[in-house]
Design a protein. Structure first.
Length: 216
């Protein structure tokens, strides 16, 4: 791979400010050699060369996206066609995780999910709701007192999912690491968004190793 490209694929219901916030995530990976862009998911060219592009598009455009714990299946690649772009889908709908155990399906809302080396999807539904940002208030989004935190939440959540795409398959035990586990949205906002988090040294080296594999 000549370069590692990340594309933010967003639904039409996500605002430009929210897209810009998500783009700060791949910008954090610029040191690792990542380049990035963004496209509306319904743009005809948007899925060209994108890993799991159709699956991500289907989740982003669904009004009720649902995923299983195993997230994105590994794509069966065409023999001569390498899909070189990693995507983060950005949806304004709530994503739920379906876990079937003891014949009782439970649905758990998710901020996002990612599969190592495959892609990710992020929902801004809960973040908007948490900060009291309704669709009708989008005009004032920039001035909204909670908007800075909401946008930071999108950036941090997208960064966390990118960490999963680029080799950190599990969660980190370091309390200031962006790859820590969160229990739910409230926990995520309080421990990740209201405080200072970044990739710790060990997560950084995991990501570095993956980048070297991808680039050579
Ligand atoms: Zn995670
Ligand atoms: Zn870490």
């Amino acid at each position: 791979m000549r370069e590692v490209r990340v594309r933010v694929l967003h639904s039409p219901l996500v605002t430009p400010l929210e897209v810009q916030a998500a783009l700060k995530a791949p910008r954090r990976f610029a040191d690792f050699g990542v380049v990035y862009d963004h496209m509306p998911v319904d743009e005809p060219k948007a899925l060209v060369q994108v890993r799991n592009g159709r699956r991500i598009r289907d989740l982003v455009t669904s009004s009720n996206p649902e995923v299983y714990w195993n997230g994105l299946p590994g794509e069966i690649l065409g023999l001569f066609r390498r899909r070189e772009i990693f995507a983060i889908g950005l949806t304004a709908s709530r994503i739920t995780e379906r876990t079937d155990d003891d014949y009782t399906p439970r649905k758990k809302p998710l901020i996002g999910f990612a599969t190592d080396n495959e892609g990710a999807v992020l929902s801004i539904f809960g973040i908007r709701e948490y900060f009291g940002i309704a669709r009708g208030q989008m005009m004032e989004y920039r001035e909204h007192c909670a908007s800075a935190l909401a946008l930071r939440a999108i950036e941090i959540a997208a960064s966390h999912e990118l960490g999963h795409i680029f080799g950190q398959g599990s969660h980190c035990g370091q309390t200031t690491c962006i790859m820590q586990e969160n229990r739910d949205l409230k926990d995520f906002i309080e421990r990740f968004v209201m405080t200072s988090v970044d990739f710790c040294t060990s997560c950084r080296s995991i990501i570095n190793r993956r980048m070297n594999e991808l680039l050579h």
